[in-house]
Design a protein around this ligand. Structure first.
Ligand SMILES: C[S@@+](CC[C@H](N)C(=O)[O-])C[C@H]1O[C@@H](n2cnc3c(N)ncnc32)[C@H](O)[C@@H]1O
Length: 255
């Protein structure tokens, strides 16, 4: 081997090592939530579907993908992959907080038979929301800023007929026609304390036996509206977090 080839090989090994180390750091940073009582799981331990093969995740976990670049209120690529896979095992999905509709679209695209209901605040309804007196002010502002969409990434596509778009304040949303109807519920609406508690209560009522309930943005005290209610809920239900994501998950026991 020439000196040049050896040099190139060493360089490649060093770059690969640095890239893996950076990746591991990102995963560890995302998962570090000081003061969290909620246990952490590796994604491959959540369900046999995510078990690793010698090549990494299996072909069965293939989903539709659009990169998480500059997406208002969006979730990460890993989070999207996880949710789209759960959608593939679901008949009906409910989402609190549509925003751009990217996650809605990717779930519908990944799961050709799934039906999705998603509720969001229409831009014309900003101001009709009902944050409580003690709710974090910055989180109220973020909830209103993200309520900028009345058309979505899925609008006009062939998945649209499988999506039920609901507009309105989620505290006023009547969950009673949907009791135990959904196999997957994603709570990602307003992130203030009073909304997370209200959306969670409705989600628990709408969750089917064996269904998955997933919350976004559990990052610690920076987002107190998610942190505090979920820490409290974890004393009553076996919640867990997923490494490398800001997800908290609950799986309802099968009937
Ligand atoms: C973080 S974004 C949702 C992101 C989306 N789930 C995704 O994965 O791309 C928050 C969403 O909650 C909605 N929202 C904020 N306040 C709300 C309220 N009071 N009732 C219903 N939806 C609300 C916003 O309009 C926005 O669509």
């Amino acid at each position: 081997m020439t000196a040049l080839a050896i040099f190139a090989l060493v360089l490649a090994v060093v770059f690969f090592g640095l890239w893996r180390a950076a990746d591991a750091k990102v995963m560890a940073t995302k998962s570090r939530v000081p003061g969290s009582p909620i246990p952490l799981k590796s994604i491959q331990d959540v369900d046999p579907l995510f078990a690793l093969t010698r090549f990494g995740p299996s072909r069965e976990t293939e989903v539709a993908h659009i990169a998480a670049v500059h997406v208002e209120g969006g979730i990460s690529d890993l989070e999207s992959w996880f949710l789209c896979n759960l959608a593939k095992t679901s008949k009906r999905v409910f989402e609190f907080g549509t925003a751009t509709g990217k996650t809605t679209y990717l779930m519908a695209r990944s799961a050709p038979d799934v039906r999705i209901s998603t509720v969001t605040l229409h831009p014309d309804e900003i101001g009709s929301d009902q944050h409580a007196a003690g709710d974090d002010k910055a989180l109220q502002v973020a909830a209103r800023r993200e309520s900028a969409f009345a058309e979505f990434l899925y609008s006009g596509t062939d998945v649209e007929p499988r999506i039920e778009q609901l507009f309105g304040d989620s505290k006023r949303f009547d969950e009673t026609p949907y009791l135990a109807a959904f196999d997957l519920i994603f709570v990602d609406g307003a992130h203030t304390d009073s909304y997370v508690r209200s959306d969670t209560e409705k989600a628990l009522a709408m969750l089917a036996p064996g269904g998955w309930l997933v919350w976004h943005d559990y990052v610690g005290r920076k987002v107190p509206g998610v942190f505090k209610p979920l820490n409290e809920l974890s004393t009553k239900l076996p919640l867990f977090r997923i490494k490398g994501t800001t997800f908290v998950v609950y799986r309802k026991p099968a009937a």
